[in-house]
Design a protein around this ligand. Structure first.
Ligand SMILES: Cc1ncc(C[n+]2csc(CCO)c2C)c(N)n1
Length: 200
């Protein structure tokens, strides 16, 4: 793998879905087939799926996959690590589609799904990282997402589309504000039988 600089515009996400059903393997494979991934480079193995390309397509594909798993009504977990600007990244394994049109947005819009998520932002190489993190948490609040502090992450409760729009903005603005390598992790639970307040 070539280790080169100057590939900071390649965004990527490594993610997994865990449907809590005996049919988990079929559900995962079917959803990966249903979503239009023609504008990203994609690789699936036994642990994760990795997509690489333009920021809009990375978020379009990952949101569509999460919405499709939600639609099954099966309780499922989704874990994703988004990254842009990794200095150890290579120029390969990507597809920087020229058109910004999001292939899955029309189909995704027809799915309404509330979700609970926890996200963590890691703005690296840009200086005052805590200021960036606090600023982006405030930005989430202004979108009408319920934001709750948590240890090592921030909890987000809201509509999937609103939360993903917020997460994409956080990712873009962190990069634009001077973070040379931005990493954002997102853990989501959908269709959980547990209520938020009383688990045990
Ligand atoms: C998005 C996503 N990609 C890959 C896996 C790993 N994985 C676990 S079971 C299975 C299907 C049959 O082997 C696969 C691919 C995952 N969980 N979620």
């Amino acid at each position: 793998m070539d280790q080169v600089c100057g590939t900071s515009k390649i965004a990527g996400c490594s993610f997994s879905i865990h449907p809590m059903s005996d049919e988990f393997a079929g559900i995962i494979l079917e959803i990966l087939k249903k979503v239009d991934t023609s504008k990203v480079w994609l690789d699936t193995d036994d642990v994760t799926t990795t997509v690489r390309g333009r920021v809009e397509h990375i978020f379009d594909v990952t949101k569509a996959i999460l919405l499709h798993v939600s639609k099954t009504n099966v309780h499922a977990a989704f874990h994703a690590t988004y990254s842009i600007g990794c200095p150890g990244d290579s120029a390969g394994d990507t597809y920087m589609a020229e058109s910004l049109h999001r292939r899955n947005e029309d189909a995704s819009r027809s799915i309404t799904q509330p979700l609970a998520a926890k996200f963590s932002l890691y703005p690296m190489g840009g200086g005052s990282y805590m200021d960036t993190i606090y600023k982006q948490i405030e930005a989430m609040k202004s979108k009408g997402i319920q934001v709750t502090p948590a240890h090592y992450s921030t909890r987000l409760d809201g509509d999937t589309h609103t939360v993903f729009e917020g997460l994409e903005n956080v990712f873009r603005e962190t990069e634009a504000s001077g973070s040379s390598h931005t990493v954002m992790t997102v853990s989501v639970s959908v269709n959980s039988p547990s209520s938020k307040e009383s688990i045990l």
